[in-house]
Write a protein that binds this ligand. Structure first.
Ligand SMILES: Nc1ncnc2c1ncn2[C@@H]1O[C@H](COP(=O)(O)OP(=O)(O)OP(=O)(O)O)[C@@H](O)[C@H]1O
Length: 307
């Protein structure tokens, strides 16, 4: 059975003027760790709010844990754990009070489901009397996850849980998700960070309310149809412009300290062609190597194809 089914969902705002979600469909299998990957404004939060019954879609159907988002909204609320991007904690309540509040709302107790949250809660237990508003970003995130898990949900929906959190906490958070997955919980998580896509079993790449691809990160990367080159010289910005203006170059964009470049035609001697272009434009300290594409490269390519 699918844990989440989204079928031809469309959502607009402002009397149809803003198209936030554009006829999207995807499925999350039971026990899967599935990522919705896309930049700000791609439509991630709208999808989560539809799946958690907080927002009505204009068109389409969706179900979570076998329950329809409209007909069975009450059952969804009881079987889904939701960690919204913002405002999921009561800042004036302590860590322990937040947790017991969420347990009470769901008609359970902290003790009844403690085994599920124990490993995560142990990390914030020393601060159980501290107000949530006074916690660090990483600790807030752990507490919010405990609150979303306290009623032992079948499906966990996490909207940008690692946005604004330091690198170490982000890493710890993904470790926690792996452990929860092993305990049989289905996880749908959104993120604008492309590096986190590789930590999911399958992903949907989302842009301007449309899904561009749904597959494993490995397959999405494998489908990248060009040979990719990394390039730099002592005038990197000039090199970017020079390559973009050259008729043989298909795409060129800045990526960290390098440029990522593809050529229109598959060439045996692509490295040499790029070096000659750079030299003809007066560059020195030229470095050009064939490199492996990543999810970011696939995302940029698919975004371009989508226009
Ligand atoms: N209540 C609203 N009224 C009007 N437009 C909205 C509303 N909520 C979202 N939008 C617009 O819909 C689009 C999708 O927004 P959504 O919040 O779903 O995307 P997102 O991927 O979660 O991005 P973010 O991380 O910025 O929230 C954006 O263009 C956004 O400005």
């Amino acid at each position: 059975m699918n844990a989440v089914t989204v079928k031809n969902i469309t959502k607009t705002y402002d009397k149809g003027k803003v198209l936030a979600v554009d006829n999207i469909s995807f499925e999350v299998k039971e026990g899967e760790l599935f990522g919705l990957i896309g930049p700000d404004g791609a439509g991630k939060t709208s999808i989560f709010r539809i799946l958690t019954t907080l927002l009505l879609a204009d068109k389409g159907e969706a179900s979570v844990a076998g329950f329809d988002v409209i007909k069975d909204y009450q059952s969804i609320r009881n079987n889904v754990g939701y960690m919204p991007g913002k405002f999921s904690l009561y800042q004036d309540l302590t860590v322990a009070e937040n947790l017991s509040f969420f347990a009470t709302v769901f008609g359970t107790t902290i003790e009844a489901n403690y085994d599920l949250i124990k490993d995560i809660y142990d990390q914030i237990k020393p601060f159980s009397n501290r107000r949530a508003g006074k916690l660090s970003g990483g600790m807030k995130q752990k507490l919010a996850l405990c609150c979303a898990l306290i009623h032992k949900p079948l499906v966990l929906l996490l909207d940008e849980p690692t946005t604004g959190v330091d690198v170490v906490s982000r890493k710890e958070f993904w470790e926690m998700l792996k452990t929860l997955k092993k305990q049989g919980i289905t996880i749908l998580v959104s993120t604008p960070y492309m590096d986190e896509a590789n930590l999911c079993e399958r992903i949907a790449l989302l842009q301007k309310g449309k899904i561009m691809s749904v597959d494993t990160p490995e397959n999405i990367i494998k489908a990248f149809p060009y040979t990719l080159y990394g390039a730099k010289s002592d005038q990197i910005y000039k090199l970017l412009n020079d390559l973009r203006l050259n008729g043989q170059v298909e795409s060129c964009y800045a990526f960290g300290e390098f440029l990522h470049v593809t050529l229109k035609e598959k060439q045996e001697n692509g490295k040499k062609i790029l070096r000659v272009i750079a030299e003809q434009n007066g560059h020195s300290n030229i470095w050009i190597e064939e490199i492996k594409p990543g999810i970011e490269d696939s995302f940029i390519l698919l975004s371009g194809e989508q226009g």
